[in-house]
Design a protein around this ligand. Structure first.
Ligand code: BEZ
Length: 212
């Protein structure tokens, strides 16, 4: 099965470091960031899990819960959590799914057999409050992800939902944004963007970030 942007995120039940998780129930009406790791006791994954633990409150501020996954068992996850604390100075403060039977990895297409037929690649799924998959990122095992970038994409998605804007190349919080081309009614535009906008082309209208 392939999960794509716009699909409903498949529900699942699986063991985790915080007990058995029924995904949709655990997630509730929050945003969720579901991300996979190739294997426990591997160096890149160790640094990533420390970083996500460090950023957990930043995700929470945005109404997002984080949940990791690796295809190893709970015993390994718990021993590995000690290593993460020792080397990264962070306790695991979010659930790590123990996907030994690969239920979740298979459901979400996190195993790419031509890369490795047993380990997961580094997948990230951002799922919105209605359980719709809004963003997918895939990295190979050897490249650690940039979780500041995951936060940035979450900010972009939330701005789109709240203000009908898109974010341009290299956008970061505070930069100008783009009014979505589908918005054309002059009255609606004036009401939504009281700070005004610059029309560089009829399809390229730039406005200050609305929520600041
Ligand atoms: C790592 O997390 O360091 C890693 C995992 C699998 C292959 C290469 C690196």
């Amino acid at each position: 099965m392939t999960v794509r942007i716009g699909d409903v995120a498949p529900d699942f039940q699986q063991e985790s470091t915080e007990g058995r998780i029924s995904f949709h129930e655990w997630k509730g009406d929050s945003w969720a960031v579901l991300f996979s790791h190739p294997k426990d006791f591997t160096p890149v994954c160790t640094t990533e899990l420390g970083e996500v633990a460090r950023l957990r409150d930043e995700f929470a501020k945005r109404g997002a819960k984080v949940i990791g996954l690796s295809v190893d068992g709970l015993g390994d996850h718990e021993k590995w959590a000690d290593d993460i604390f020792e080397t990264q100075g962070q306790r695991l403060n979010f659930p790590l799914i123990a996907d030994r039977d690969r239920t979740v990895s298979t459901l979400y297409g996190m195993i790419h057999p031509n890369a490795n037929d047993t380990l997961t690649v580094r997948s990230v799924f951002i799922i919105d409050p209605r359980n719709v998959v809004r963003l997918i990122i895939t990295y190979p095992a050897s490249t650690g992800r940039n979780f500041e970038e995951v936060l940035r994409t979450l900010d972009s998605l939330q701005l789109t939902d709240r203000h009908s804007v898109a974010t341009p190349v290299n956008w970061k919080h505070g930069d100008d944004v783009i009014i979505v081309p589908s918005l054309k009614d002059p009255e609606v535009l004036k009401a939504k963007f009281p700070k005004g906008w610059t029309e560089q082309k009829p399809y390229l209208r730039v406005t200050p970030q609305p929520d600041l």
